[in-house]
Ligand binder design. Structure first.
Ligand code: SF4
Length: 99
């Protein structure tokens, strides 16, 4: 396959999605759109809630602390679909240290 025909922009592991805990509302659009099963949605652990902003804590309670997680982050190919799909603009792609 020619480089121009590749569906994703980067080899796996060059970038990873980072989730803004003050923005995520666990709507799971990222879970649906990601072709590499990078995301799951689960409950934000109690120990991670204290670092949220005031608004982040209000949003967290309102959405029963459901947020996106990236248990398969190393599979990310940086296609950007999750960034576009997130209705809360909570996802950023960040270059990994090893890439
Ligand atoms: S950029 Fe693409 S491959 Fe990476 S997590 Fe988002 S949807 Fe998945």
């Amino acid at each position: 396959m020619d480089q121009k025909d590749k569906p994703c922009k980067q080899d796996a592991g060059a970038f990873q999605p980072v989730i803004d805990r003050n923005r995520c509302e666990g709507k799971a659009d990222c879970v649906t759109v990601c072709p590499y099963q990078v995301f799951t949605v689960g409950t934000l652990p109690v120990e991670q809630r204290s670092g949220l902003s005031f608004l982040g804590r209000i949003k967290g309670r309102a959405h029963r602390w459901q947020q996106a997680f990236t248990p398969n982050a190393e599979a990310c190919h940086a296609c950007g679909l999750c960034v576009k799909a997130c209705p809360e603009s909570a996802i950023t792609l960040v270059r990994t240290a090893v890439a």
